[in-house]
Design a protein around this ligand. Sequence first.
Ligand SMILES: [Cu+2]
Length: 156
Amino acid sequence: MNRAASGASLLALVAAVFTVTPAHTHEQQHFSTGEPGNPKRPARAIQVTMREIDGKMVYIPERIEVRKGEQIRFLLRNSGRLDHEFLLATTDENLKHAEEMKKNPDMEHDEPNGTRLAPNKSGEIVWRFTKPGTFEYGCLIPGHREAGMTGTIVVK
Ligand SMILES: [Cu+2]
């Protein structure tokens, strides 16, 4: 492919991404745990480390409490030797999603409420918890949940 052609396909890709954005924004209302945060607004930073330890896979910490309406900046770090995910949802949603991942283990996540990190990588999610209740963060890579990879978020 010549330069002009690849430039044109890149433009097409960029245009496609921008076209998709409004639909995505609309879908935000469906998140059961709240809504994507506004990075320009103040947020409480909470560090979450993901790793394997003693034959288990864990989040540190495994329990987080937030106030309703609070915006949190999750500073995520994968200190393990395997890929790990951090997906904010209800337990039901994560269980359903985990079933889909078993059929499709290479499924990539690029959603506002979750991310996947390679070993030694860091990432960030800014989230506003708008609903009281108990939610979770989980890793949906097959086998990881079973190995212990869930954490609890209590929104008061
Ligand atoms: Cu994992």
